[in-house]
Design a protein around this ligand. Structure first.
Ligand code: GAR
Length: 215
């Protein structure tokens, strides 16, 4: 059936999506291996979780370098050394450079806590997304897993799930329900890549039985 897909998880915050990926692997629902957890935040829950699980964890921030290119070089070096095949952004609050995106074209995923292309773009992250959803008054929000390209929250969409906004929701209650869905959807999306079932055709992502693009 082939080797587990070698992934890196890049996370800035609490790392509950990282945890969901770890759990899915441990429970045999996802055939992947986390080769690196990389965070721009040394005190992140994500790095704490990585250490607890005995995973390779690394604090890597632009602040450690004089020029942005040096950060890119170091990130690409680590991803290469760790033989990473798929990069998963899980609450990673930094935009990756075109150089990094080009090096891993169609092999970087992001999870966004809304139904893109609504409520995405620069400055739309975490609780701000849910606050904007509530203020706008939409009745449906959701989760999007997409491939990362050079623009914020823009690349081809792999999976989406809709979630109703309830009458009494505030940003906090909504974020909790959205997170629960994120924790299911991200391992599912990564699993599609692990099984070689993803084919990108322009903006459209086809999910097939099996494509001969892996293994
Ligand atoms: C998640 O809700 C994720 O979708 C969001 O940050 C949260 C991270 O939570 N990402 C974005 O808003 C990206 N634009 P976690 O650290 O507990 O996984």
């Amino acid at each position: 059936m082939g080797e587990p897909l070698k992934i890196a998880v890049l996370a800035s915050g609490e790392g509950t999506n990282l945890q969901a990926i770890i759990d899915a692997i441990e429970e045999g629902r996802l055939k992947a291996e986390i080769r690196a957890v990389i965070s721009n935040n040394s005190g992140s829950g994500a790095l704490r979780r990585a250490r607890k699980e005995g995973l390779f964890g690394l604090h890597l921030s632009h602040k450690q370098f004089i020029a942005p290119e040096e950060f890119d070089q170091e990130l690409l070096k680590v991803l290469g050394e760790r033989e990473v095949e798929l990069v998963c952004l899980a609450g990673y609050m930094k935009l990756l450079s075109p150089r990094v995106i080009g090096a891993y074209r169609n092999r970087i995923l992001n999870i966004h806590p809304a139904l893109l292309p609504a409520f995405g773009g620069k400055g739309m992250f975490g609780q701000r997304v849910h606050q904007a959803v509530i203020e706008y008054g939409v009745k449906l929000t959701g989760v999007t897993v997409h491939i990362v390209d050079e623009k914020y929250d823009h690349g081809p969409i792999v999976l989406q799930r809709a979630i109703p906004v309830l009458e009494n929701d505030d940003a906090e209650s909504l974020s909790q329900r959205v997170l629960e869905v994120e924790h299911k959807l991200y391992p599912e999306a990564i699993g599609l890549f692990a099984e070689g079932r993803v084919k990108v055709e322009g903006r459209r992502v086809r999910i097939g039985g099996s494509f001969p693009n892996r293994g």
